[in-house]
Write a protein that binds this ligand. Structure first.
Ligand code: ARG
Length: 586
Protein backbone atom coordinates (compact mmCIF):
# COMPACT_ATOMS: atom_id res chain seq x y z
CA UNK A 1 0.00 0.00 0.00
CA UNK A 2 1.20 3.45 -0.90
CA UNK A 3 -0.48 5.79 1.53
CA UNK A 4 0.80 4.22 4.77
CA UNK A 5 4.26 4.32 3.27
CA UNK A 6 3.99 8.03 2.50
CA UNK A 7 2.53 8.70 5.92
CA UNK A 8 5.43 7.08 7.71
CA UNK A 9 7.89 9.23 5.78
CA UNK A 10 5.91 12.40 6.41
CA UNK A 11 5.53 11.54 10.07
CA UNK A 12 9.31 11.61 10.38
CA UNK A 13 9.59 14.85 8.45
CA UNK A 14 6.94 16.56 10.55
CA UNK A 15 8.49 15.65 13.87
CA UNK A 16 10.15 18.99 14.46
CA UNK A 17 7.17 20.96 13.12
CA UNK A 18 4.13 19.42 14.77
CA UNK A 19 3.62 17.55 18.00
CA UNK A 20 0.41 15.85 16.94
CA UNK A 21 0.99 14.90 13.33
CA UNK A 22 -1.97 12.56 12.76
CA UNK A 23 -4.41 15.17 11.48
CA UNK A 24 -1.73 16.54 9.16
CA UNK A 25 -0.92 13.09 7.84
CA UNK A 26 -4.57 12.72 6.85
CA UNK A 27 -3.93 15.55 4.42
CA UNK A 28 -1.93 13.32 2.11
CA UNK A 29 -4.33 12.32 -0.63
CA UNK A 30 -4.31 10.91 -4.12
CA UNK A 31 -4.12 13.78 -6.62
CA UNK A 32 -7.24 14.56 -8.60
CA UNK A 33 -5.21 15.36 -11.68
CA UNK A 34 -2.06 13.49 -12.78
CA UNK A 35 -0.62 16.94 -13.60
CA UNK A 36 -0.09 17.33 -9.87
CA UNK A 37 1.60 14.01 -9.42
CA UNK A 38 0.18 10.84 -7.94
CA UNK A 39 -0.33 12.06 -4.40
CA UNK A 40 -0.53 15.46 -2.84
CA UNK A 41 0.34 16.58 0.67
CA UNK A 42 -1.58 19.64 1.77
CA UNK A 43 -0.55 20.11 5.36
CA UNK A 44 1.82 23.04 4.78
CA UNK A 45 -1.03 25.56 4.72
CA UNK A 46 -2.71 24.76 8.06
CA UNK A 47 0.66 24.14 9.64
CA UNK A 48 1.98 27.50 8.46
CA UNK A 49 -1.06 29.22 9.85
CA UNK A 50 -0.48 27.60 13.18
CA UNK A 51 3.20 28.50 13.21
CA UNK A 52 2.62 31.99 11.79
CA UNK A 53 4.93 31.48 8.83
CA UNK A 54 4.49 31.64 5.05
CA UNK A 55 3.12 28.31 3.80
CA UNK A 56 5.67 27.90 1.02
CA UNK A 57 8.42 28.23 3.55
CA UNK A 58 6.88 25.45 5.64
CA UNK A 59 6.38 23.32 2.55
CA UNK A 60 10.04 23.80 1.74
CA UNK A 61 11.02 22.86 5.25
CA UNK A 62 8.92 19.70 5.11
CA UNK A 63 10.40 18.71 1.78
CA UNK A 64 13.93 19.31 3.05
CA UNK A 65 13.33 16.97 5.94
CA UNK A 66 11.52 14.41 3.86
CA UNK A 67 13.47 11.23 3.24
CA UNK A 68 11.55 9.88 0.30
CA UNK A 69 13.99 9.60 -2.59
CA UNK A 70 13.67 5.83 -2.75
CA UNK A 71 9.94 5.99 -3.52
CA UNK A 72 9.30 9.34 -5.24
CA UNK A 73 10.90 11.70 -7.70
CA UNK A 74 11.93 14.95 -5.98
CA UNK A 75 8.71 16.48 -4.53
CA UNK A 76 7.45 19.65 -6.17
CA UNK A 77 5.95 22.55 -4.33
CA UNK A 78 3.04 24.14 -6.16
CA UNK A 79 0.75 27.11 -5.61
CA UNK A 80 0.51 28.30 -2.01
CA UNK A 81 2.34 25.23 -0.68
CA UNK A 82 0.98 21.99 -2.08
CA UNK A 83 3.55 19.24 -2.09
CA UNK A 84 3.17 17.10 -5.19
CA UNK A 85 4.51 13.59 -5.11
CA UNK A 86 5.20 11.36 -8.04
CA UNK A 87 6.02 7.77 -7.29
CA UNK A 88 8.98 6.38 -9.06
CA UNK A 89 8.69 3.33 -11.23
CA UNK A 90 10.80 1.16 -8.99
CA UNK A 91 8.50 1.77 -6.12
CA UNK A 92 5.39 0.99 -8.16
CA UNK A 93 6.98 -2.21 -9.35
CA UNK A 94 8.02 -3.34 -5.93
CA UNK A 95 4.55 -2.77 -4.54
CA UNK A 96 2.93 -4.48 -7.51
CA UNK A 97 5.27 -7.37 -7.05
CA UNK A 98 4.21 -7.95 -3.49
CA UNK A 99 0.53 -7.68 -4.43
CA UNK A 100 0.97 -10.22 -7.21
CA UNK A 101 2.86 -12.59 -4.98
CA UNK A 102 0.27 -12.51 -2.19
CA UNK A 103 -2.53 -14.75 -3.36
CA UNK A 104 -4.74 -14.23 -0.34
CA UNK A 105 -4.55 -10.58 0.63
CA UNK A 106 -2.94 -8.85 -2.35
CA UNK A 107 -0.38 -7.46 0.06
CA UNK A 108 -2.92 -5.53 2.10
CA UNK A 109 -1.76 -5.80 5.69
CA UNK A 110 -3.95 -6.50 8.69
CA UNK A 111 -4.53 -3.59 11.03
CA UNK A 112 -1.82 -3.16 13.64
CA UNK A 113 -2.55 -5.28 16.66
CA UNK A 114 -3.01 -2.18 18.82
CA UNK A 115 -5.73 -0.99 16.47
CA UNK A 116 -7.50 -4.31 16.27
CA UNK A 117 -11.03 -4.05 17.60
CA UNK A 118 -13.99 -6.24 18.33
CA UNK A 119 -16.98 -5.09 16.31
CA UNK A 120 -20.50 -6.28 16.88
CA UNK A 121 -22.55 -5.74 13.76
CA UNK A 122 -26.32 -5.78 14.27
CA UNK A 123 -27.95 -6.08 10.88
CA UNK A 124 -30.86 -7.44 8.88
CA UNK A 125 -33.21 -7.90 11.87
CA UNK A 126 -36.41 -8.48 9.94
CA UNK A 127 -39.69 -8.78 11.75
CA UNK A 128 -40.56 -12.40 11.29
CA UNK A 129 -44.07 -13.48 10.41
CA UNK A 130 -44.32 -10.42 8.23
CA UNK A 131 -43.22 -11.01 4.67
CA UNK A 132 -39.69 -9.68 4.29
CA UNK A 133 -39.70 -6.73 1.93
CA UNK A 134 -37.33 -4.66 -0.14
CA UNK A 135 -36.43 -2.39 2.78
CA UNK A 136 -34.79 -5.30 4.54
CA UNK A 137 -32.36 -5.79 1.74
CA UNK A 138 -30.59 -2.59 2.66
CA UNK A 139 -29.74 -3.54 6.20
CA UNK A 140 -28.86 -7.04 5.12
CA UNK A 141 -26.45 -6.18 2.34
CA UNK A 142 -24.88 -3.12 3.96
CA UNK A 143 -24.32 -4.97 7.22
CA UNK A 144 -22.86 -7.95 5.43
CA UNK A 145 -20.46 -5.79 3.41
CA UNK A 146 -19.28 -3.92 6.49
CA UNK A 147 -18.74 -7.14 8.41
CA UNK A 148 -16.71 -8.57 5.53
CA UNK A 149 -14.57 -5.49 5.09
CA UNK A 150 -13.87 -5.19 8.81
CA UNK A 151 -12.95 -8.84 8.98
CA UNK A 152 -10.66 -8.49 6.02
CA UNK A 153 -8.91 -5.67 7.81
CA UNK A 154 -8.17 -8.08 10.62
CA UNK A 155 -10.74 -6.95 13.17
CA UNK A 156 -12.69 -9.37 15.27
CA UNK A 157 -16.24 -9.20 13.96
CA UNK A 158 -19.34 -10.70 15.52
CA UNK A 159 -22.56 -10.56 13.55
CA UNK A 160 -25.91 -10.72 15.26
CA UNK A 161 -29.33 -10.80 13.67
CA UNK A 162 -31.71 -9.04 16.05
CA UNK A 163 -34.85 -10.70 14.72
CA UNK A 164 -38.18 -9.08 15.46
CA UNK A 165 -39.77 -12.25 16.75
CA UNK A 166 -41.90 -10.93 19.58
CA UNK A 167 -43.88 -7.98 18.28
CA UNK A 168 -47.53 -7.27 17.52
CA UNK A 169 -47.24 -9.09 14.21
CA UNK A 170 -47.50 -12.25 16.30
CA UNK A 171 -50.72 -11.03 17.83
CA UNK A 172 -51.98 -10.73 14.27
CA UNK A 173 -50.82 -14.19 13.30
CA UNK A 174 -52.22 -15.76 16.46
CA UNK A 175 -55.53 -14.00 15.97
CA UNK A 176 -55.61 -15.17 12.36
CA UNK A 177 -54.55 -18.67 13.29
CA UNK A 178 -57.32 -19.02 15.82
CA UNK A 179 -60.06 -17.62 13.61
CA UNK A 180 -59.21 -17.93 9.95
CA UNK A 181 -56.72 -20.73 9.46
CA UNK A 182 -57.13 -22.84 6.34
CA UNK A 183 -55.83 -26.07 7.85
CA UNK A 184 -55.28 -27.82 4.52
CA UNK A 185 -53.36 -24.95 3.05
CA UNK A 186 -51.32 -24.68 6.24
CA UNK A 187 -50.50 -28.36 6.05
CA UNK A 188 -49.36 -28.05 2.46
CA UNK A 189 -47.41 -24.82 2.67
CA UNK A 190 -47.24 -23.24 6.11
CA UNK A 191 -45.17 -20.26 4.98
CA UNK A 192 -47.67 -19.22 2.34
CA UNK A 193 -50.64 -19.76 4.60
CA UNK A 194 -49.04 -17.70 7.34
CA UNK A 195 -48.31 -14.79 5.05
CA UNK A 196 -51.86 -15.03 3.72
CA UNK A 197 -53.10 -14.85 7.32
CA UNK A 198 -50.86 -11.90 8.04
CA UNK A 199 -52.10 -10.00 5.01
CA UNK A 200 -55.69 -10.96 5.70
CA UNK A 201 -55.61 -9.70 9.27
CA UNK A 202 -53.68 -6.60 8.22
CA UNK A 203 -56.43 -5.85 5.74
CA UNK A 204 -59.15 -6.41 8.31
CA UNK A 205 -57.40 -4.10 10.73
CA UNK A 206 -57.27 -1.37 8.11
CA UNK A 207 -60.87 -1.92 7.08
CA UNK A 208 -63.87 0.22 7.85
CA UNK A 209 -66.16 0.02 9.73
CA UNK A 210 -65.27 -1.10 13.20
CA UNK A 211 -61.66 -1.98 12.83
CA UNK A 212 -61.27 -1.32 16.57
CA UNK A 213 -62.68 -4.68 17.56
CA UNK A 214 -60.09 -6.47 15.45
CA UNK A 215 -57.36 -4.17 16.57
CA UNK A 216 -58.31 -4.80 20.17
CA UNK A 217 -58.38 -8.55 19.62
CA UNK A 218 -54.94 -8.47 18.06
CA UNK A 219 -53.57 -6.43 20.92
CA UNK A 220 -55.15 -8.85 23.37
CA UNK A 221 -53.49 -11.81 21.69
CA UNK A 222 -50.14 -10.03 21.75
CA UNK A 223 -50.53 -9.17 25.42
CA UNK A 224 -51.48 -12.75 26.23
CA UNK A 225 -48.41 -14.01 24.41
CA UNK A 226 -46.21 -11.60 26.33
CA UNK A 227 -47.82 -12.64 29.59
CA UNK A 228 -46.92 -16.26 28.89
CA UNK A 229 -50.35 -17.60 27.97
CA UNK A 230 -49.69 -21.29 27.17
CA UNK A 231 -51.95 -21.51 24.13
CA UNK A 232 -50.48 -18.42 22.48
CA UNK A 233 -46.96 -19.45 23.34
CA UNK A 234 -47.61 -22.78 21.71
CA UNK A 235 -48.84 -21.16 18.51
CA UNK A 236 -45.86 -18.81 18.58
CA UNK A 237 -43.46 -21.71 18.94
CA UNK A 238 -45.16 -23.52 16.13
CA UNK A 239 -45.21 -20.71 13.59
CA UNK A 240 -41.84 -19.16 14.34
CA UNK A 241 -39.70 -21.82 12.63
CA UNK A 242 -41.81 -21.52 9.49
CA UNK A 243 -41.22 -17.81 9.19
CA UNK A 244 -37.58 -18.38 9.92
CA UNK A 245 -37.37 -20.91 7.11
CA UNK A 246 -38.60 -18.27 4.77
CA UNK A 247 -35.98 -15.80 5.93
CA UNK A 248 -33.23 -18.36 5.86
CA UNK A 249 -34.03 -19.12 2.27
CA UNK A 250 -33.33 -15.49 1.45
CA UNK A 251 -30.08 -15.51 3.41
CA UNK A 252 -29.07 -18.58 1.53
CA UNK A 253 -29.72 -16.92 -1.78
CA UNK A 254 -27.71 -13.92 -0.69
CA UNK A 255 -25.04 -16.19 0.82
CA UNK A 256 -25.29 -14.57 4.18
CA UNK A 257 -24.75 -16.23 7.54
CA UNK A 258 -24.80 -14.78 11.03
CA UNK A 259 -22.71 -15.72 14.02
CA UNK A 260 -25.73 -15.22 16.26
CA UNK A 261 -29.43 -14.84 15.79
CA UNK A 262 -30.66 -13.57 19.11
CA UNK A 263 -34.09 -12.20 18.43
CA UNK A 264 -36.17 -9.94 20.62
CA UNK A 265 -37.79 -12.93 22.33
CA UNK A 266 -34.42 -13.99 23.72
CA UNK A 267 -34.31 -10.87 25.89
CA UNK A 268 -37.84 -11.03 27.29
CA UNK A 269 -36.90 -12.70 30.58
CA UNK A 270 -34.44 -9.86 31.26
CA UNK A 271 -36.72 -6.87 30.69
CA UNK A 272 -38.29 -6.60 34.13
CA UNK A 273 -34.88 -6.47 35.74
CA UNK A 274 -33.57 -3.91 33.30
CA UNK A 275 -36.42 -1.53 34.16
CA UNK A 276 -36.18 -2.14 37.93
CA UNK A 277 -32.48 -1.56 37.86
CA UNK A 278 -32.83 1.71 35.95
CA UNK A 279 -35.51 2.87 38.37
CA UNK A 280 -33.35 1.98 41.31
CA UNK A 281 -30.39 3.86 39.91
CA UNK A 282 -32.73 6.81 39.27
CA UNK A 283 -31.82 6.79 35.59
CA UNK A 284 -35.47 6.08 34.78
CA UNK A 285 -38.47 7.64 36.47
CA UNK A 286 -42.07 6.57 36.87
CA UNK A 287 -44.80 9.02 35.88
CA UNK A 288 -48.46 8.10 35.91
CA UNK A 289 -47.59 4.44 36.00
CA UNK A 290 -45.33 4.53 32.96
CA UNK A 291 -41.55 4.39 33.17
CA UNK A 292 -39.28 6.49 31.01
CA UNK A 293 -35.78 7.87 30.74
CA UNK A 294 -35.61 11.64 30.41
CA UNK A 295 -32.75 13.41 28.73
CA UNK A 296 -31.64 16.96 29.41
CA UNK A 297 -33.53 19.55 27.44
CA UNK A 298 -35.52 16.96 25.55
CA UNK A 299 -39.27 16.80 25.86
CA UNK A 300 -39.69 13.26 24.59
CA UNK A 301 -38.49 10.60 26.98
CA UNK A 302 -37.49 7.10 26.07
CA UNK A 303 -40.41 5.01 27.25
CA UNK A 304 -39.35 1.65 28.68
CA UNK A 305 -42.51 0.40 30.37
CA UNK A 306 -46.06 1.35 29.57
CA UNK A 307 -48.60 1.90 32.30
CA UNK A 308 -50.19 -1.47 31.49
CA UNK A 309 -46.85 -3.09 32.23
CA UNK A 310 -45.90 -3.78 28.63
CA UNK A 311 -42.27 -3.35 27.62
CA UNK A 312 -41.15 -1.66 24.44
CA UNK A 313 -38.75 -2.03 21.54
CA UNK A 314 -36.31 0.21 23.38
CA UNK A 315 -36.48 -1.85 26.55
CA UNK A 316 -35.42 -4.87 24.56
CA UNK A 317 -32.60 -2.90 23.00
CA UNK A 318 -31.35 -1.82 26.42
CA UNK A 319 -31.32 -5.45 27.56
CA UNK A 320 -29.56 -6.34 24.32
CA UNK A 321 -26.82 -3.81 24.93
CA UNK A 322 -26.22 -5.15 28.43
CA UNK A 323 -26.13 -8.71 27.21
CA UNK A 324 -23.76 -7.90 24.36
CA UNK A 325 -21.36 -5.93 26.52
CA UNK A 326 -21.22 -8.79 29.03
CA UNK A 327 -20.98 -11.57 26.52
CA UNK A 328 -18.94 -10.25 23.63
CA UNK A 329 -17.06 -7.31 25.16
CA UNK A 330 -17.16 -5.31 21.91
CA UNK A 331 -15.22 -2.10 21.29
CA UNK A 332 -17.92 -0.99 18.88
CA UNK A 333 -21.52 -1.88 18.15
CA UNK A 334 -22.88 -0.98 14.72
CA UNK A 335 -26.61 -0.88 14.16
CA UNK A 336 -27.38 -1.06 10.47
CA UNK A 337 -30.95 0.21 10.54
CA UNK A 338 -33.30 2.47 8.59
CA UNK A 339 -32.81 6.21 9.23
CA UNK A 340 -36.40 6.40 10.45
CA UNK A 341 -35.22 4.83 13.68
CA UNK A 342 -32.76 7.68 14.31
CA UNK A 343 -34.55 8.92 17.38
CA UNK A 344 -34.76 5.46 18.82
CA UNK A 345 -31.02 5.00 18.55
CA UNK A 346 -30.28 8.50 19.69
CA UNK A 347 -32.21 7.74 22.86
CA UNK A 348 -30.78 4.29 23.25
CA UNK A 349 -27.21 5.56 23.03
CA UNK A 350 -27.87 8.38 25.45
CA UNK A 351 -29.44 5.94 27.89
CA UNK A 352 -26.43 3.67 27.66
CA UNK A 353 -24.13 6.60 28.44
CA UNK A 354 -26.33 7.49 31.42
CA UNK A 355 -25.80 3.94 32.60
CA UNK A 356 -22.13 4.81 32.78
CA UNK A 357 -20.91 2.95 29.75
CA UNK A 358 -18.62 5.21 27.77
CA UNK A 359 -15.84 3.06 26.44
CA UNK A 360 -17.73 1.49 23.60
CA UNK A 361 -18.48 3.06 20.24
CA UNK A 362 -22.20 2.97 19.42
CA UNK A 363 -23.07 3.86 15.86
CA UNK A 364 -26.34 3.95 14.02
CA UNK A 365 -25.32 3.12 10.45
CA UNK A 366 -28.43 4.58 8.90
CA UNK A 367 -29.81 4.25 5.44
CA UNK A 368 -32.59 5.71 3.30
CA UNK A 369 -35.62 4.30 1.57
CA UNK A 370 -35.85 2.16 -1.55
CA UNK A 371 -38.09 3.95 -4.05
CA UNK A 372 -39.99 2.76 -7.08
CA UNK A 373 -39.45 4.41 -10.45
CA UNK A 374 -42.30 6.75 -9.57
CA UNK A 375 -40.18 8.13 -6.74
CA UNK A 376 -42.46 6.71 -4.05
CA UNK A 377 -41.60 3.85 -1.68
CA UNK A 378 -41.25 0.72 -3.79
CA UNK A 379 -44.56 -1.18 -4.09
CA UNK A 380 -46.00 -3.79 -6.39
CA UNK A 381 -48.77 -2.86 -8.77
CA UNK A 382 -51.35 -4.10 -6.31
CA UNK A 383 -49.89 -1.71 -3.76
CA UNK A 384 -48.28 -4.35 -1.57
CA UNK A 385 -44.73 -3.86 -0.52
CA UNK A 386 -42.55 -6.05 -2.68
CA UNK A 387 -41.55 -9.40 -1.20
CA UNK A 388 -37.87 -10.06 -1.22
CA UNK A 389 -37.98 -13.55 -2.68
CA UNK A 390 -40.03 -12.34 -5.62
CA UNK A 391 -37.56 -9.55 -6.12
CA UNK A 392 -34.62 -11.92 -6.25
CA UNK A 393 -36.54 -14.21 -8.61
CA UNK A 394 -37.18 -11.36 -10.99
CA UNK A 395 -33.55 -10.21 -10.96
CA UNK A 396 -32.40 -13.75 -11.72
CA UNK A 397 -34.97 -14.11 -14.46
CA UNK A 398 -33.81 -10.94 -16.17
CA UNK A 399 -30.17 -11.87 -15.70
CA UNK A 400 -30.91 -15.19 -17.35
CA UNK A 401 -32.29 -13.42 -20.41
CA UNK A 402 -29.12 -11.39 -20.71
CA UNK A 403 -26.87 -14.37 -20.20
CA UNK A 404 -28.80 -16.50 -22.66
CA UNK A 405 -28.73 -13.81 -25.28
CA UNK A 406 -24.99 -13.28 -24.97
CA UNK A 407 -24.14 -16.95 -24.93
CA UNK A 408 -22.32 -17.90 -28.09
CA UNK A 409 -20.76 -21.17 -26.97
CA UNK A 410 -23.86 -23.22 -26.23
CA UNK A 411 -23.10 -23.23 -22.54
CA UNK A 412 -24.88 -26.02 -20.69
CA UNK A 413 -28.13 -24.95 -19.05
CA UNK A 414 -27.03 -25.47 -15.42
CA UNK A 415 -24.02 -23.23 -15.92
CA UNK A 416 -26.19 -20.57 -17.52
CA UNK A 417 -28.55 -20.74 -14.55
CA UNK A 418 -25.73 -20.43 -12.07
CA UNK A 419 -24.28 -17.49 -13.95
CA UNK A 420 -27.70 -15.84 -14.02
CA UNK A 421 -28.05 -16.39 -10.30
CA UNK A 422 -24.76 -14.69 -9.55
CA UNK A 423 -25.48 -11.83 -11.90
CA UNK A 424 -29.05 -11.29 -10.74
CA UNK A 425 -28.29 -11.40 -7.04
CA UNK A 426 -25.07 -9.45 -7.52
CA UNK A 427 -26.97 -6.72 -9.36
CA UNK A 428 -29.39 -6.24 -6.48
CA UNK A 429 -26.65 -6.18 -3.87
CA UNK A 430 -24.43 -3.82 -5.81
CA UNK A 431 -27.23 -1.43 -6.74
CA UNK A 432 -27.87 -0.99 -3.07
CA UNK A 433 -24.27 -0.71 -1.93
CA UNK A 434 -23.25 1.71 -4.66
CA UNK A 435 -25.59 4.37 -3.27
CA UNK A 436 -24.62 6.82 -0.64
CA UNK A 437 -26.40 4.85 2.06
CA UNK A 438 -28.09 7.85 3.60
CA UNK A 439 -29.96 8.79 0.46
CA UNK A 440 -33.05 7.14 -0.92
CA UNK A 441 -32.57 5.32 -4.17
CA UNK A 442 -34.70 4.26 -7.05
CA UNK A 443 -34.95 0.54 -7.63
CA UNK A 444 -34.59 -0.28 -11.30
CA UNK A 445 -33.86 -3.69 -12.76
CA UNK A 446 -32.78 -2.16 -16.05
CA UNK A 447 -30.24 0.10 -14.43
CA UNK A 448 -28.84 -2.46 -12.06
CA UNK A 449 -28.37 -5.05 -14.79
CA UNK A 450 -26.81 -2.68 -17.32
CA UNK A 451 -23.60 -3.99 -18.88
CA UNK A 452 -21.98 -0.57 -18.70
CA UNK A 453 -21.85 1.91 -15.88
CA UNK A 454 -21.42 1.46 -12.17
CA UNK A 455 -23.14 -1.91 -11.84
CA UNK A 456 -22.19 -5.37 -10.62
CA UNK A 457 -22.90 -6.65 -14.11
CA UNK A 458 -20.25 -4.38 -15.58
CA UNK A 459 -17.77 -5.40 -12.90
CA UNK A 460 -18.51 -9.10 -13.34
CA UNK A 461 -18.21 -8.66 -17.07
CA UNK A 462 -14.88 -6.90 -16.70
CA UNK A 463 -13.68 -9.75 -14.51
CA UNK A 464 -14.80 -12.42 -16.99
CA UNK A 465 -13.22 -10.52 -19.84
CA UNK A 466 -9.86 -10.38 -18.11
CA UNK A 467 -10.05 -14.05 -17.32
CA UNK A 468 -10.84 -14.85 -20.93
CA UNK A 469 -7.52 -13.38 -22.01
CA UNK A 470 -5.76 -16.18 -20.22
CA UNK A 471 -7.73 -18.91 -21.88
CA UNK A 472 -7.46 -17.20 -25.25
CA UNK A 473 -3.72 -16.84 -24.94
CA UNK A 474 -3.35 -20.27 -23.38
CA UNK A 475 -1.60 -18.73 -20.42
CA UNK A 476 -1.23 -20.72 -17.25
CA UNK A 477 -1.94 -18.07 -14.65
CA UNK A 478 -0.60 -19.98 -11.69
CA UNK A 479 2.60 -20.51 -13.53
CA UNK A 480 2.82 -16.88 -14.48
CA UNK A 481 2.41 -15.78 -10.87
CA UNK A 482 5.01 -18.24 -9.69
CA UNK A 483 7.53 -17.20 -12.26
CA UNK A 484 7.25 -13.64 -11.22
CA UNK A 485 7.52 -14.30 -7.57
CA UNK A 486 10.79 -16.07 -8.19
CA UNK A 487 12.18 -13.48 -10.57
CA UNK A 488 13.60 -10.09 -10.02
CA UNK A 489 10.65 -7.99 -10.98
CA UNK A 490 12.57 -5.52 -13.03
CA UNK A 491 13.66 -8.18 -15.46
CA UNK A 492 10.24 -9.53 -16.07
CA UNK A 493 8.25 -6.41 -15.76
CA UNK A 494 10.58 -3.69 -16.85
CA UNK A 495 7.87 -2.41 -19.11
CA UNK A 496 5.16 -1.74 -16.61
CA UNK A 497 5.87 1.73 -15.55
CA UNK A 498 7.73 3.06 -18.55
CA UNK A 499 5.87 2.09 -21.60
CA UNK A 500 2.44 3.57 -21.51
CA UNK A 501 0.56 6.07 -19.32
CA UNK A 502 -2.52 3.82 -19.33
CA UNK A 503 -0.43 1.01 -17.89
CA UNK A 504 0.97 3.19 -15.20
CA UNK A 505 -2.47 4.55 -14.36
CA UNK A 506 -3.84 1.05 -14.01
CA UNK A 507 -0.92 -0.05 -11.87
CA UNK A 508 -1.37 2.90 -9.57
CA UNK A 509 -5.09 2.28 -9.24
CA UNK A 510 -4.47 -1.35 -8.36
CA UNK A 511 -2.24 -0.22 -5.53
CA UNK A 512 -5.05 1.89 -4.07
CA UNK A 513 -7.29 -1.05 -3.23
CA UNK A 514 -6.29 -1.12 0.43
CA UNK A 515 -6.84 2.62 0.73
CA UNK A 516 -10.34 2.24 -0.67
CA UNK A 517 -11.18 -0.40 1.93
CA UNK A 518 -9.80 1.81 4.70
CA UNK A 519 -11.89 4.74 3.57
CA UNK A 520 -15.02 2.64 3.13
CA UNK A 521 -14.70 1.27 6.62
CA UNK A 522 -13.86 4.58 8.21
CA UNK A 523 -17.33 6.01 7.62
CA UNK A 524 -19.04 2.67 7.20
CA UNK A 525 -19.70 3.42 3.53
CA UNK A 526 -19.53 0.48 1.16
CA UNK A 527 -20.10 2.85 -1.77
CA UNK A 528 -16.52 4.04 -1.39
CA UNK A 529 -15.45 0.55 -2.38
CA UNK A 530 -17.91 0.30 -5.28
CA UNK A 531 -16.63 3.64 -6.61
CA UNK A 532 -13.11 2.33 -6.40
CA UNK A 533 -14.01 -0.84 -8.29
CA UNK A 534 -15.75 1.22 -10.95
CA UNK A 535 -12.69 3.42 -11.33
CA UNK A 536 -10.48 0.36 -11.54
CA UNK A 537 -12.65 -1.25 -14.21
CA UNK A 538 -12.50 2.00 -16.19
CA UNK A 539 -8.74 2.22 -15.92
CA UNK A 540 -8.58 -1.34 -17.06
CA UNK A 541 -10.75 -0.59 -20.09
CA UNK A 542 -8.50 2.30 -21.06
CA UNK A 543 -5.44 0.14 -20.61
CA UNK A 544 -6.95 -2.67 -22.62
CA UNK A 545 -7.87 -0.35 -25.48
CA UNK A 546 -4.46 1.21 -25.67
CA UNK A 547 -2.08 -1.56 -24.75
CA UNK A 548 -2.04 -4.85 -26.62
CA UNK A 549 -1.54 -7.73 -24.23
CA UNK A 550 -1.36 -11.04 -26.05
CA UNK A 551 0.23 -9.43 -29.08
CA UNK A 552 2.95 -7.79 -27.02
CA UNK A 553 6.27 -9.49 -26.64
CA UNK A 554 8.51 -10.86 -23.92
CA UNK A 555 8.76 -8.76 -20.82
CA UNK A 556 6.06 -6.36 -21.98
CA UNK A 557 3.65 -9.21 -22.54
CA UNK A 558 4.43 -10.79 -19.19
CA UNK A 559 4.12 -7.47 -17.42
CA UNK A 560 0.77 -6.75 -19.00
CA UNK A 561 -0.54 -10.21 -18.33
CA UNK A 562 0.40 -9.74 -14.72
CA UNK A 563 -1.46 -6.45 -14.62
CA UNK A 564 -4.49 -8.20 -16.10
CA UNK A 565 -4.27 -10.94 -13.53
CA UNK A 566 -3.95 -8.53 -10.64
CA UNK A 567 -6.91 -6.55 -11.98
CA UNK A 568 -9.05 -9.69 -12.06
CA UNK A 569 -8.03 -10.66 -8.55
CA UNK A 570 -8.65 -7.18 -7.21
CA UNK A 571 -12.10 -7.04 -8.80
CA UNK A 572 -12.89 -10.46 -7.44
CA UNK A 573 -11.69 -9.67 -3.94
CA UNK A 574 -13.47 -6.33 -3.95
CA UNK A 575 -16.74 -7.89 -5.02
CA UNK A 576 -16.27 -10.65 -2.47
CA UNK A 577 -15.93 -8.06 0.28
CA UNK A 578 -19.26 -6.67 -0.86
CA UNK A 579 -20.84 -10.12 -0.79
CA UNK A 580 -20.93 -10.53 -4.59
CA UNK A 581 -19.72 -13.52 -6.57
CA UNK A 582 -17.89 -13.44 -9.89
CA UNK A 583 -18.33 -15.65 -12.94
CA UNK A 584 -15.57 -17.02 -15.13
CA UNK A 585 -17.55 -16.58 -18.35
CA UNK A 586 -20.50 -14.51 -19.41
N1 ARG B 1 -36.67 -5.40 13.70
C1 ARG B 1 -36.31 -4.05 13.46
C2 ARG B 1 -37.06 -3.54 12.24
O1 ARG B 1 -37.40 -4.29 11.36
C3 ARG B 1 -34.83 -3.86 13.23
C4 ARG B 1 -33.94 -4.28 14.37
C5 ARG B 1 -32.68 -3.49 14.43
N2 ARG B 1 -31.82 -3.79 15.54
C6 ARG B 1 -32.01 -3.37 16.78
N3 ARG B 1 -31.16 -3.74 17.71
N4 ARG B 1 -32.98 -2.57 17.11
O2 ARG B 1 -37.27 -2.34 12.15
Amino acid sequence: MILPLLKTRFADALQTLASDADAYLDMIRPSQDPKFGDYQANMAMPLAKKLGKPPREIALQIVEQLDIADICSPPEIAGPGFINLRLNDDCIQTLLHSAIADGERLAIPNVDSNKRKTYLVDYSGPNVAKPMHVGHIRSTVIGNALARMLRFQGHHVITDNHLGDWGTQFGMIIFGYKNYLDADAYQKNPVDELSRLYRFVRQKMDEEPQPESINAAVLRETAKLHAGDPENLKIWQEVLPHSQDEINRIYQRLQIAFDHTLGESFYQPMLGKVVDNLLQRKIAVETEGAVGIFFNQEKVPMLIRKSDGAFLYGTTDLATVEYRLDTFKPDAVLYVVDFRQSQHFDHLFKAVRLMGVDDVELTHVKFGTVLGEDGKPFKTRSGDTVGLNGLLDEAERRAYEIVKENDKDNTPEPELRETARRIGIGAIIYADLSQNRESDYVFSYDKMLAMTGNTATYMQYAYARVRSIFSKGNVDVENLRNTVSRTVLRDVQGAVANSHPAERALALELLKFGEAIDLAVRDYRPNVLTSYLFELANRYSAFFEQCPVLKAEDAVRTGRLLLCDLTARTLQKGLELLGIETVERM
